[in-house]
Ligand binder design. Structure first.
Ligand code: ZN
Ligand code: ZN
Length: 212
């Protein structure tokens, strides 16, 4: 594997370590951490820091009972059970867990692009995408955060190139049109916390609303 260059930023790792990340983002973070020794080390350090901070609170006016409860809660959230599923090929163990131990079931999206939606509710979605080499994903902006982890092949957009293990952390400022790199098809795991807004679609959707 080539060196991982795009990592999970510390706020997101800290939120994951303390169990405060929604399930769809947690799946991407856990999958990256499974592939990335650097983020594994950082999340370990964050766990120790969290414990130390709570122990530091012992000097504050806090009942011993409250402290032990807080420590137990931290312990609970950080002693994550190992996923029951094991890694399979390009799919790390936390992703195999979401897949129920089975290979993906792709649906065709057109243009050779395939996807499998793994989670979807009002808070966001988690999907696997398969993009043939050189193929573009329609240009879009985000209603919120989007985390995309590359599992096979690569993609690039205006913010850079992303290879196996890299995570793109895109917020609602970014309008982008990812293009799959040459070679193997790009397979990635993407989590978004709000529906994507495809630029070409938006004006048409707004038309009846504004009578333009
Ligand atoms: Zn990393
Ligand atoms: Zn995007």
């Amino acid at each position: 594997m080539t060196e991982i260059r795009h990592h999970i930023r510390s706020e997101l790792l800290a939120a994951w370590v303390t169990g405060n990340l929604p399930a769809h983002f947690a799946a991407v973070v856990a999958s990256h951490v499974a592939l990335c020794p650097e983020c594994r080390a950082e999340s370990g350090a964050l766990q120790s820091l969290g414990g130390a901070l709570l122990e530091g609170l012992a000097g504050v006016d806090l009942s011993p009972d409250a402290l032990s409860k807080a420590l137990a809660a931290l312990d609970d959230s950080t002693r994550r059970p190992e996923p029951a599923a094991t890694a399979a090929g390009i799919f790390p163990a936390p992703l195999m867990q979401v897949l129920g131990g089975r290979p993906p079931k792709w649906s065709l999206l057109g243009g050779g692009i395939r996807q499998q939606i793994l989670m979807a509710d009002r808070s966001g979605s988690l999907r696997l995408l398969y993009i043939p080499p050189g193929r573009k994903v329609p240009e879009h902006s985000h209603g919120g955060l989007e985390l995309t982890l590359v599992l096979q092949g690569s993609f690039s957009d205006s913010s850079g190139e992303f290879h196996v293990g890299d995570v793109e952390d895109a917020d609602d400022e970014i309008n982008h049109q990812p293009v799959a790199g040459p070679g193997a098809p790009c397979i990635c795991l993407a989590a978004t916390d709000a529906p994507l807004r495809f630029r070409a679609l938006l004006p048409r959707l707004l038309q009846p609303l504004f009578r333009i």
